[in-house]
Design a binder for this molecule. Structure first.
Ligand code: PEP
Ligand code: MG
Length: 569
């Protein structure tokens, strides 16, 4: 067994197809000075053709996968316009009289080596983007055909040194059972796309194989555990075949629940909503029977591109999502960057504690025009359905009031432009900072709803960084301190008569149902993958019984005792 990184869950069993690397043989040709202008012509022609191809791929992905994933290709287009990358290529042609393809190859090598040297996963992944774009350009300059995936064979497990978004565009999920890459981690673009497409992926096998994988090798991969078996024994085949069959059967059984309401055996309706970042996510959550969108994370619209998205572009995305939700509520959260989410074009300061730093609403309030642009786009989309606005990481009443003042400005702006929006749009906040939970009663008087973001709330209540592997065992949402914060928030909402939902990962943990039933929370928003699992659990729950379990949890003193109690249900 080879242990890699589990980048997209699921088990795949089948034969390997090894994708040949895009590795060019570029002879070190030099030009006569008189030929230089010809070389530049060839370079610009290559750039033009590459751009057209990338635009086409972007449109294809927008249709088949989602708007936010298609943004990956905006980053690729930006590379072709990047002055530093381009002047490196031009400099090599001009000063060293080298052919355009030689200059492009050397420039790619230069930047890839530089990024690889940085001890930063994110930059390493961006090196992959440069390679992808550079290879496309080289393909045109050398007139070499593109390496494509076989379409007319039996389904296979795709093996590659690395997979670029361009290669994944044309991938047919019916042909590809699973994927294995030597490079790449959890945040690579191929990992993001694999998860969106629902194809199991194990990455990071570099230096872990005693011999390279070959086309035809029989493989089993476990994308949850990050395991790869080459020519496995009969026992292992039997074991994983059973898991794969169970997965398929369970998936089918769960899918049958999509159209059923999540109602307990004694008639309590739990409203299950979806967390989304793209149109593709929305399709998934609707397919899984969500009653709406409890959290639309808009930051992905801002990522993998060269500049802030303009109002029109954002409006178009919010409008499409709103229309596709067909009247169901869509809670659009304003930009939440900082912490672990960076934007290439926005210079966030290096911080000792990014999660306690310049993040989310703090950035929006500090960049008023950017914030107002987003609010205008959301307001305009509200004319097409049931849109609500939500501010992330509010920690004081002043912040809420400042945000609302900018919202009022955005409304006036639209009035002046004669553009329509829902004048009664609801505005809510995430409860994800302990201070906010503490003053929930004060905030409840000035908002239309609360949504509890347990992902951040847990890290801030327990002082346990949600990204830190070393202390991951201390990150526990069943800690009594977290449960008390939840109770305090829900009580404040109920006293003020405003709705409260939960949209952190805890909502997707079916073990937490007794806590919600006890507190009287009846709206949960979760990732598309969790919806049917949680619904299955709700359907098999007796509310009266689990309410008592939830109440007992509040009598217990440790996370372990509480989890044990919940495990009994
Ligand atoms: C949360 O903090 O629980 C949440 C839903 O927001 P995010 O995970 O995007 O920080
Ligand atoms: Mg959060």
């Amino acid at each position: 067994m080879i242990q890699g990184i589990g980048a997209a869950v699921g088990v795949a069993i089948g034969k390997a197809f090894v994708l040949p690397a895009w590795d060019w043989d570029v002879p070190d040709q030099r030009m006569e000075k008189v030929d230089l202008s010809l070389e530049f012509e060839r370079l610009y022609e290559g750039i033009r053709t590459s751009k057209t191809e990338i635009e086409d791929m972007k449109n294809e992905i927008k249709e088949t996968v989602g708007v936010s994933e298609s943004g990956i290709f905006d980053a690729h287009l930006a590379i072709l316009e990047d002055p530093v990358f381009m002047s490196e290529i031009q400099g090599i042609i001009e000063r060293q009289y080298k052919a355009a393809e030689v200059a492009v190859k050397e420039a790619i090598d230069h930047f890839v080596t530089m990024f690889d040297l940085l001890d930063d996963e994110y930059m390493k992944e961006r090196a992959l983007d440069i390679k992808d774009v550079g290879n496309r350009l080289l393909k045109h300059l050398l007139g070499t055909p593109e390496v494509t995936l076989p379409a007319d064979t039996n389904p296979y497990i795709l093996v590659a040194r690395e997979l670029s978004p361009s290669q994944l565009v044309h991938l047919n999920p019916n042909h590809v059972l699973g994927m294995v890459t030597m490079a790449g981690g959890l945040t690579s673009h191929s990992a993001i796309m694999a998860r969106a497409l629902g194809i199991p992926l194990v990455s990071g096998l570099e230096n872990k194989l005693s011999k390279p994988l070959e086309t035809g090798d029989f493989l089993i991969i476990d994308g949850g555990e990050g395991k790869v078996f080459v020519d496995p024994s009969e026992d292992i085949i039997a074991h994983y075949t059973a898991i794969a069959e169970n997965q398929a059967k369970h998936k089918e059984q769960l899918q049958a629940l999509a159209t059923v309401d999540a109602v307990t055996q004694d008639g309590v309706h739990m409203h299950l909503m979806g967390n989304i970042s793209s149109m593709n996510d929305l399709r998934q959550v609707l397919k899984h029977g969500a009653e709406g969108v409890g959290l639309f994370r808009t930051e992905f619209l801002y990522m993998n591109r060269a500049a802030f998205p303009e109002e029109e572009e954002q409006y178009e995305v919010y409008k499409q999502i709103t229309l596709a939700a067909e009247g169901r509520p869509v809670v659009i959260r304003t930009l939440d960057i900082g912490g672990d989410k960076q934007l290439e074009y926005f210079d966030l300061p290096e911080e000792e504690n990014p999660f306690l730093g310049y993040r989310a609403i703090r950035i929006s309030l500090d960049n008023k025009e950017m914030f107002k642009t987003q609010l205008c786009a959301i307001l305009r989309a509200s004319d097409y359905g049931n849109v609500k606005i939500m501010y992330p990481m509010i920690s004081s009443l002043e912040e809420l009031r400042q945000a609302n003042a900018i919202l009022e400005e955005a409304k006036r702006d639209l009035d002046q432009r004669g553009l329509k929006y829902n004048v009664n749009i609801q505005v809510g906040i995430m409860i994800e900072v302990p201070a906010t939970a503490q003053i929930a009663d004060l905030l409840a008087a000035e908002v239309d709803f609360f949504s509890i973001g347990t992902n951040d709330l847990v890290q801030y209540v327990l002082a346990v960084d949600r990204m830190n592997e070393t202390i991951a065992h201390l990150y526990r949402w069943y800690h009594p301190a977290v449960l008390r914060m939840l109770r305090q928030t829900v009580q404040a909402a109920k006293e003020a008569g405003i709705p409260v939902s939960v949209c952190g990962e805890m909502a997707g943990d079916e073990k937490s149902i007794p806590i919600w039933m006890h507190l009287g929370v009846d709206h949960l928003s979760m990732s598309p993958q969790s919806l049917l699992r949680v619904k299955h659990k709700v359907l098999n729950t007796n509310a009266a019984h689990v309410r008592e379990v939830g109440a007992r949890c509040y009598q217990l003193s440790t996370a372990t005792e509480i989890e044990n109690e919940l495990n009994e249900v």
